[in-house]
Write a protein that binds this ligand. Structure first.
Ligand SMILES: C[S@@+](CC[C@H](N)C(=O)[O-])C[C@H]1O[C@@H](n2cnc3c(N)ncnc32)[C@H](O)[C@@H]1O
Length: 243
């Protein structure tokens, strides 16, 4: 998407992120499983956003670091994180990952797919692997791409109110494993606000291959953080990689 850069998503969604996405996954099972997986007290979330997961995870006593390219997202996090438990880092999850060692590096809810090429995704695996402590693991939560997915362009309605309409406009390119779109947020008082997004998806097998190239291997794969077993029909996965 012309003009789109690493901070575009975060900067465009920071003001509505918690309102729109607070229920996207179960925070309690996520933080419990992440806490169990952490091989040591220092952990890092890539694409931490508003701290939806990082703040409750830090409340369990872990030293949680959160990396994000969007200053607007980190401002939201700081406003919510009253006791300043999460150590925030402004930067990119390939080029600016904080120094390890970490007992756990994780990237939740499709955020890994914000890296828009296979090369960048591979580089992220390598950077995470280099920062893991001896028993540390790298955890990715993402959707399982649908092989039947056709190249689609569409417009749908996200929400309608008397003074506000939010439309979703998207296109996808299955051959390049990419999709992009805009939420078009129209309000009577504020005019039109565009909220762009862009992803490059990868299959679980492709992620396993990237892990292998980074010296990691798959240790566990569940459907979700509540450890529901992963199966042929699973639409999402939580994959745990370690040396
Ligand atoms: C879908 S949100 C997820 C936020 C949080 N992890 C959660 O689960 O609620 C994706 C986040 O990743 C950030 N992000 C996108 N590309 C990034 C990159 N290249 N490096 C670091 N953060 C990035 C965005 O700014 C945004 O805050």
């Amino acid at each position: 998407m012309r003009g789109y850069h690493d901070a575009s998503y975060g900067d465009a969604f920071a003001d509505v992120y918690d309102e729109w996405y607070h229920g996207i996954s179960d925070i309690e099972s996520t933080t419990t499983t992440l806490g169990d997986l952490a091989a040591g007290p220092r952990v890092l979330e890539l694409g931490v956003g508003t701290g939806r997961l990082a703040i409750p995870l830090a409340a369990t006593g872990l030293e949680v670091h959160g990396l994000d390219t969007s200053a607007a997202m980190l401002e939201q996090l700081a406003a919510k994180d009253g006791s300043g438990d999460v150590v925030a880092h402004l930067g990119d999850m390939v080029d600016a990952m904080p120094d390890g060692p970490f007992g756990l590096v994780f990237v939740a809810y499709n955020t890994f797919f914000n890296l828009l090429s296979a090369t960048r995704q591979q580089q992220c695996f390598a950077a995470a692997a280099a920062r893991l402590g001896p028993q540390g693991c790298f955890v990715i939560e993402a959707f399982v791409p649908d092989p039947q997915h056709d190249a689609r362009s569409g417009v749908s309605v996200r929400s309608v109110a008397a003074d506000r309409v939010v439309l979703s406009v998207s296109t996808s390119d299955p051959e390049r494993q990419q999709a992009e779109g805009q939420y078009v947020d129209i309000t009577e008082s504020g005019g039109v606000r565009l909220r762009p997004w862009s992803i490059r998806w990868a299959t679980p097998a492709q992620l396993d291959e990237m892990a292998g190239a980074a010296g990691l291997q798959l240790r566990e794969r569940w459907e979700s953080f509540d450890r529901t077993p992963f199966g042929m029909d699973s639409e999402r996965h939580v994959s745990v990689y370690s040396r």
